[in-house]
Ligand binder design. Structure first.
Ligand code: F6R
Length: 366
């Protein structure tokens, strides 16, 4: 049942080229330049006329929501808020007709997310579910939705569901942006082409897993870890830190790289590994100076970089390369080394990576 892998988590990490192909099947035809997403197309006016979009989720799904915030603001020019379901449901949120809620959930059963969207639905919002588990509660109470089609996720840590969420959310932003006229036909076609290449790039990234294992073995005894990123890679830093905490029980924090100097930099010394998610994008030069700031304080820098990046290679203690893609899609490849890193560190520490202590696969209690 683990298909020859030692753990479900590793099997699910390596399934991503296939799970993403399944997610794109029947939706994306790169050669023809076509993207269809039935749930969005049937509700195009609700999206195109939305005054704002509120994304509701928990945990890893909430991180996918943060990436979607950048995608939707860039491509659709619609204001986006990303809310923790547990906070949203107990507030008195200002929600009404004209608001679109995107609920993101792997299990489709997370109690906080379910109750939060019920509340928004009562207040007149349009509810769109981005869910993995077919027929789950969240998919049933949503007005419309799009499945991630990642297949069953058994390992407690969310891996392939996360990349499925990012893929669906990217397709949504592209579709809505095209409808609104907030992206050019050329950008739309460029993203279709880039998205079509993602499964192959994911496969190539995973093929280099032994490099990540080497890094994992080197830092397996760390007490703390810092994860930093900017722009589209900022949520990847948060996700990398969450995964490491869950799977290896190492204390880890994720921050937007520029926030470091507002506090966390006090933690930096020669014992602190700092992982930068630093692929080539609009923020590249900024993150290079953040790396220099860490090196100046003797922190150990591990950097996830775009293939062929010699500049960061010359500064970092360890680098892990990922293929180049459009910055909007970069999290789909840059998150993979963080998944593998947590896995290999967890294994090196002799932990039960598929069932970390105190965690349940779906949190159906508040
Ligand atoms: C992290 C993880 C959790 C879930 C969260 C939401 O690896 O698995 O943080 O992402 O409990 O679960 P869903 O997506 O099922 O609503």
């Amino acid at each position: 049942e683990k298909g020859g892998y030692d753990h479900f988590m590793l099997k699910e990490i390596f399934e991503q080229p296939d799970s993403l192909t399944d997610c794109l099947r029947g939706r994306l035809e790169p050669e023809a330049g076509i993207l269809t997403l039935a749930g969005v197309e049937q509700n195009l006016s609700a999206f195109a006329q939305a005054k704002r979009i509120v994304i509701i989720a928990c945990g890893t799904s909430w991180h996918a929501g943060l990436v979607a915030e950048y995608m939707i603001e860039t491509l659709c020019r619609i204001p986006v808020e990303v809310e923790y379901a547990s906070e949203f449901r107990y507030r008195n949120p200002v929600i009404g007709v004209g608001d679109v809620i995107i609920a993101i959930s792997q299990s489709g059963e997370t109690a906080d997310t379910l109750v939060a969207i019920e509340k928004a639905k009562e207040q007149g919002a349009f509810i769109f579910g981005v869910v993995n588990a077919v027929g789950s509660s969240i998919s049933r109470i949503s007005h419309a939705g799009a499945y991630t089609h990642a297949g069953p996720e058994i390992g407690v840590a969310s891996t392939k569901a996360f990349t499925g969420q990012l893929t669906v959310l990217a397709m949504m932003a592209m579709k809505i942006g095209k409808e609104k006229g907030t992206i050019t036909a050329a950008t739309y076609q460029h993203l279709i082409k880039e998205l079509g290449q993602i499964p192959e790039k994911v496969k190539n990234t995973l093929a280099a897993h032994l490099k990540v294992k080497e890094v994992a073995d080197k830092y397996a005894d760390a007490r703390d870890f810092l994860f930093l990123g900017r722009g589209y890679n900022f949520p990847v830093a948060l996700e990398g830190a969450l995964k490491l905490k869950e799977i290896s029980y190492i204390h880890a924090e994720g921050y937007p790289a520029a926030e470091m100097k507002h506090g966390p930099i006090a933690l930096v010394d020669e014992n602190l590994p700092v992982l930068f998610v630093a692929t080539k994008d609009a923020y590249y030069e900024k993150i290079v100076s953040n790396i220099q700031e860490i090196k100046a304080r003797k922190g150990k820098v591990i950097a996830i970089v775009t293939e062929g990046d010699d500049l960061i290679k010359g500064m970092a203690d360890d680098i892990i390369e990922v293929p180049e893609t459009d910055e909007l899609l970069a999290p789909l490849v840059s998150v993979l080394p963080t998944q593998l890193l947590s896995y290999y560190i967890g294994v090196a520490r002799g932990l039960d990576v598929d069932k970390p202590r105190n965690l349940a696969k779906s949190v159906t209690v508040e």
